[in-house]
Write a protein that binds this ligand. Sequence first.
Ligand SMILES: Nc1nc2c(c(=O)[nH]1)N[C@@H](CN(C=O)c1ccc(C(=O)N[C@@H](CCC(=O)O)C(=O)O)cc1)CN2
Length: 284
Amino acid sequence: MTAQILDGKATAAAIKSELSVRVAALKERGIVPGLGTVLVGDDPGSRWYVNGKHKDCAEVGIASIQRELPATASQQDVEDVVRELNADPACTGYIVQLPLPKGLDQNPVLELMDPDKDADGLHPTSLGRLALGIQGPLPCTPLGIVELLRRHGVEINGAEVVVLGRGVTVGRSIGLLLTRKSENATVTLCHTGTRDLAYHLRKADIVIAAAGVPHLVKPEDVKPGAAVLDVGVSRSEGKIVGDVHPGVAEVAGWISPNPGGVGPMTRAMLLNNIVEAAERRAGI
Ligand SMILES: Nc1nc2c(c(=O)[nH]1)N[C@@H](CN(C=O)c1ccc(C(=O)N[C@@H](CCC(=O)O)C(=O)O)cc1)CN2
């Protein structure tokens, strides 16, 4: 078997073109949605991601508000920028690029954000709303994964899903999303404390690998025909090495490339959250 490709790049392009139409409709009502970003420090990966977010904004007609602070910024400096964006009427929503440099505490920063401006769906209120089934912004990577599966016709309803990694941007929240009645999956979250990872992987219809461990998911541990999403980012000689061994493509039914799979979907879902926030405020 050779897996079908869950093409995140093409799917994100289709979503962006749908969002451009919605942005144009907002502009006809005099509303220009704006995305703010807060980048602290000089990590090249984080800078690349933030630049990508603003490039996407330009493509669909969303205004960009960029705030940068040096790696030497204090907790107070970062929190001042957050307060400024909370008060900025041009900013529909914003993100603080994670991780923050060492020495800064991300949780007080996230808590200080106006939950109504949380574009990432990572504010405690947004995660609480998700747990309670109240409408609000959803975390971008989990939302991107669900959308990627849906648009490729992968059955989520009733599926056994195994998630690897308990990080805040993916593993912690994706179970909340996939176990809603509308998705209806059964989710197992595996992490470094999991005793027998292969046991869990072998019964999964859908594997979401977000552990950041190169080639953690081996072909012999994947159920034939499963959908495998590779969210892991490790780097070797300048190249991305995912959590999924290349041999998995011979066993799986669907596989997301990395790069070109979940990453572009994360970016598209951020734009989606901004457009939805602007529409909500306009009563659309
Ligand atoms: N505040 C946030 N911080 C972080 C998030 C997040 O959702 N919110 N997620 C990641 C980084 N991230 C977005 O911020 C992100 C990661 C990867 C991609 C992407 O398109 N990757 C490309 C490959 C890029 C490369 O070559 O390095 C791909 O997969 O094709 C977009 C966004 C952590 N921080």
